[in-house]
Write a protein that binds this ligand. Structure first.
Ligand code: GLN
Length: 446
């Protein structure tokens, strides 16, 4: 049924870059047999999902929506895929994204144009635009995205679905093609908070193959699906409600705060003064790490190669032809901030700002249980509106990047609509490994 529906909506939405219907149907049949034989099956068994195209599934192309990796077939599975396959994962295919997860509208994909299922003139957000659009249009029941600076939460907000960025280290990054390794995290996009908890259960856990993975057992996150916020202290950081905030978004978040108040939560104003440096710090740290991570695409080891007379020319030609404008811009900026003479002024300074931002979140969580903010300052925008002005695109990340810098978990939950008819998400944040209180707060609002 999902495949039939997908065939109806995909000609307008274009969430997918590739399909794996045959494998999907074979797994579904195997699940049917297990059920008929009275075997126990996992909660996710047979429920069709799909995966962002920067997560490796053995034997299926993983393009990162880049010409560079257009024909790259990974020889191994990401840890999240291994875990899902052990639970009879039905995978419908791989989803579109901004090239190498760099962007906020999926317009940077070199391979396809994904539109917002609510209105095809609007972008789905990004970089996990395909993951959000697939769930919003019903061409997948759930999906995986990745979030380096908001790429799960922001498209979740723009497409009216739930997007969860877990704590840095809760989910293994093994087999996630790296953008900025100290910020990247895989997470679910789903129709509701219940599904988010179920997918989180399936993918969370320590992994010895990821050195930044957090040790220890994970709780059963579905136990947090409790409708109870009595006495819960919810902080609203005043810096997230500044001048640049769209009036519709402000109204929706304030109404959400009222809803919580009526349910018995306590709303308190808090301050995160250093968060005003988060966007600058993020666009230094993320680009520095990206310039280093993307050095591996040299025409020798992975993906595309443009032949030339010597090695340097071959590598230069390959990178010129293989990377799009935004990726090239970021590699240049990232290399610049890491170069000797500028390292202290930019990269080191950004790392110091990052530590201060993290410390401020820690002290805020001494006063409150969760934080409530907008997910993005605006609703989805129309195609082409921001493509000539990268800075205006970067500004859409202002509410989400502090969270990745601090490594804490965040979730975007649908909270209302703008006067343009497009969905608006609210963002909830919790302390490190505080996914349980985060899910409880999010579930209570639904
Ligand atoms: N929009 C942000 C960027 O362009 C975040 C991307 C992401 O989270 N992958 O860097």
């Amino acid at each position: 049924a999902v495949i039939a529906h997908k065939e109806k909506v995909e000609p307008t939405v274009h969430a997918y870059l590739s399909d794996s219907h045959e494998e999907a149907l074979a797994t579904a049949e195997a699940v049917d047999k297990k059920i008929a034989a009275g075997e126990e099956i996992s909660m996710l068994a047979g429920i069709p999902g799909a995966v962002k195209d920067n997560i490796c599934i053995q034997g299926q192309r993983a393009t990162c929506a880049s010409k560079m990796l257009e024909n790259f077939v990974p020889p191994y599975n990401a840890t999240v895929i291994e875990k899902l396959q052990s639970q009879d994962f039905v995978s419908l295919g791989k989803l579109n994204m901004d090239e190498f997860a760099m962007g906020g509208s999926t317009e940077n994909s070199a391979l396809a144009k994904t539109s917002n299922p609510w209105n095809a003139d609007y972008v789905p957000g990004g970089s996990s635009g395909g993951s959000a659009a697939a769930v919003a249009s019903g061409s997948a029941v759930w999906s995986l995205g990745s979030d380096t600076g908001g790429s799960i939460r922001q498209p979740g907000s723009y497409c009216g679905v739930v997007g969860l960025k877990p704590t840095y280290g809760n989910i293994s990054r093994y087999g996630l093609i790296a953008f900025a390794s100290s910020l990247d995290q895989i997470g679910p996009l789903t129709r509701d908070v219940t599904d988010a908890a179920i997918v989180l259960n399936a993918i969370a856990g320590h992994d010895h193959r990821d050195s930044t993975s957090i040790a220890g057992e994970r709780p059963d996150y579905t136990k947090s699906l409790v409708r109870d916020v009595k006495g819960l202290r919810i902080g609203m950081p005043k810096e997230f409600f500044g001048d640049g905030l769209n009036a519709d978004v402000r109204k929706v978040i304030e109404e959400a705060a009222d809803t919580y108040r009526k349910m018995g939560a306590e709303i308190v104003e808090v301050s995160l003064p250093t968060s005003k440096y988060a966007l600058s710090a993020y666009y230094i740290i993320a680009l520095a790490e990206a310039s280093s991570n993307l050095a591996r695409y040299d025409g020798v080891s992975f993906g595309m190669r443009v032949d030339a007379d010597n090695l340097v020319e071959m590598s230069t030609k390959t990178r010129t032809a293989g990377f799009g404008d935004e990726v090239q811009r970021r590699i240049l900026l990232g290399t610049y901030v890491l170069s000797s003479g500028y390292y202290d002024a930019y990269y080191l300074k950004a790392l110091k700002a990052r530590r201060l931002i993290k410390n401020e979140f820690d002290s805020a969580f001494e006063q409150v249980d969760v934080l409530l903010t907008p997910t993005a300052p605006n609703t989805a925008f129309k195609f082409g509106e921001k493509t000539d002005d990268p800075l205006s695109m970067y500004l859409e990340d202002i509410c989400t990047v502090p969270v990745n810098l601090a490594g804490i978990p965040g979730i975007s939950v649908p909270a209302g609509f703008g006067s343009n008819g497009m969905p608006i998400g609210m963002q909830l944040l919790a302390p490190t490994m505080g996914e349980e209180v985060l899910l409880r707060a999010a579930y209570s609002f639904e």
